[in-house]
Design a protein around this ligand. Structure first.
Ligand SMILES: Cc1cc2nc3c(=O)[nH]c(=O)nc-3n(C[C@H](O)[C@H](O)[C@H](O)COP(=O)(O)O)c2cc1C
Ligand code: SF4
Ligand code: SF4
Length: 300
């Protein structure tokens, strides 16, 4: 089976999940990064299964993956699935793919499965290492399970009733319009900047330019946070989101092997902010248990 994963990712989480699918799936898997820099995408008609991957932004699929979906060729029939990442396992995130599904369905793609993998936040607050470790280990176990579902051609109803989706279109318009208006408020602190050029190279929207040594952020921003998250000097000021900025990648694979870091962090009696994650992990635990998958095996 030939599989293509068309993946949009701002700070790398969704690409990490795409890489896990490639690792665990018994198929010939190609990962294509959706970005203004990527050039021509491989033609969907050359693949048996199409995966569409994205990070949830304001309970929605971000603009680049929606635009990319609009550009997909029409096909007579093609099986497709969606994989999405987010910082919370909240069911408010469940509706995020409805627009994407609507776009690709019209073109002949049959979305048979949608799966949500919780990963460490790239915005709002930085997770502790213990939490990041739990997220990564569970992501690995869950993705291996998802691959089995895909290999077995599992089909599930992906259409949600109106009462579970009504808020998404409004938030989508607000977030997308706001990201463009807010874009030029990103600034580089010249005292900290190392002039490494990483932010310019990373931006999936080609939204950062340098003129006479001055960084300019344009209106093409989609608030993916790739530039500020990846800046090695934490030199990017993210406008009105400064209190929500997260800088620096999580050392996920290293944490999985680090026995000095607590695991699991979210037991059944979890308190405070971790209560929010309890439901998600209980649900994933149940699925993995039924499938005979031991999450502890992914620590090594
Ligand atoms: C602008 C923005 C909006 C976000 N909105 C949500 C959200 O509605 N729900 C959620 O659980 N996580 C939200 N997140 C967190 C991301 O979905 C999460 O960190 C994701 O794994 C990032 O994936 P990436 O590294 O592939 O970009 C948001 C992040 C950003 C930058
Ligand atoms: S990534 Fe950071 S340090 Fe590098 S050029 Fe951009 S702002 Fe400067
Ligand atoms: S400017 Fe930064 S936040 Fe905006 S699209 Fe580019 S990388 Fe993402």
């Amino acid at each position: 089976m030939k599989v293509i994963l068309y993946t949009f990712s701002g700070t790398g989480n969704t690409l990490k999940v795409a890489a896990l699918i490639k690792k665990y799936m018994n198929a010939d898997v190609t990962v294509y990064r959706v970005s203004a820099k990527s050039g021509n995408a491989p033609d969907a008609s050359g693949f048996d299964l199409i995966g569409l991957g994205y990070p949830i932004h304001a309970f929605n699929a971000p603009e680049p993956i929606l635009k990319f979906a609009e550009s997909l060729p029409e096909v007579a029939y093609r099986r497709a699935f969606i994989f999405k990442t987010s910082g919370e396992g909240l069911h408010l995130n469940d509706c995020s793919s409805q627009k994407l599904i609507q776009i690709v369905r019209k073109k002949g793609y049959d979305v048979t499965l949608e799966r949500h993998v919780v990963m460490p936040y790239n915005m709002i607050y930085r997770h502790s290492e213990a939490m990041a470790k739990q997220m990564w280990i569970y992501a690995k176990a869950y993705v291996e399970y998802i691959c089995k579902e895909l290999e077995g051609c599992k089909r599930e109803n992906v259409k949600l009733p109106f009462y579970k989706t009504w808020y998404a279109p409004l938030l989508r318009v607000i977030e997308q319009k706001f990201a463009h208006i807010h874009g030029p408020l990103f600034k580089v602190n010249a005292n900290k900047c190392l002039n490494c050029g990483k932010c310019v190279k990373t931006c999936p929207q080609n939204n950062i330019t340098v003129e006479n040594g001055n960084f300019k952020f344009g209106h093409n921003c989609v608030l993916c946070m790739g530039c500020s998250f990846g800046c090695p000097a934490d030199a990017i000021n993210v406008g009105i989101f400064k209190f929500w900025k997260v800088n620096g990648s999580y050392r996920l694979e290293e944490l999985a092997h680090d026995n000095s870091v607590q695991f699991p962090l979210v037991p059944n009696y979890a308190r405070g902010i971790y209560r929010l994650y309890k439901k998600y992990y209980r649900e994933v635990d149940k699925v993995l248990k039924n499938a005979g998958i031991d999450v502890n095996a992914y620590k090594v």
